[in-house]
Design a protein around this ligand. Structure first.
Ligand SMILES: [Zn+2]
Length: 150
């Protein structure tokens, strides 16, 4: 991946199976560069997720995709035991999670937890951003902070 930001066409091509629209394209462009960008209101500082172009707090359109620290806590999770493709059974359950990001109470990013045995998963446990590669693409996921060097 080059250092210059991907064009719209490159984002559409890279995430051909994702519904990309005007409101989320900056987020996905960030993922291509391994950056987790969340919209932030440049007028009042409010973080906005899911991706929206308008600040729900002050009604400003001055919303800017901004990198987050990658620190957070496990707000809730569920285990996905079955993949959509019957020919590709999961070897272990996917830990789907809402991560409450450190930037703002209630700012919860939908992701996955990795490098963590299921029995260790716990509400409010501290987690940190890491990246996994799946089918040639990188995705932002979270792992317990004790494994931040892993
Ligand atoms: Zn605002």
């Amino acid at each position: 991946m080059s250092n210059t930001a991907a064009s719209d066409d490159e984002v559409f091509k890279y995430f051909h199976d994702v519904k990309i629209d005007h409101d989320n394209i900056a987020h996905y462009r960030g993922l291509m560069a391994k950056k987790l960008l969340i919209n932030r209101c440049d007028d009042c500082g409010n973080w906005i997720y899911p991706h929206r172009p308008l600040c729900p707090k002050c009604l400003s359109w001055n919303v800017i995709p901004t990198p987050v620290s990658g620190k957070g806590r496990l707000y809730m999770y569920t285990l996905i035991m079955q993949s959509r493709d019957p020919d590709m059974p999961l070897t272990e359950p996917i830990q789907a999670a809402a991560i409450e990001l450190a930037e703002q109470p209630g700012l919860r990013y939908l992701s996955r937890v990795v490098n963590c045995p299921v029995e260790v998963l716990a509400h409010d446990m501290p987690v940190a951003l890491t990246w996994i590669e799946e089918n040639g693409r990188f995705w932002p996921v979270f792992q317990p902070t004790g494994k931040a060097h892993g």
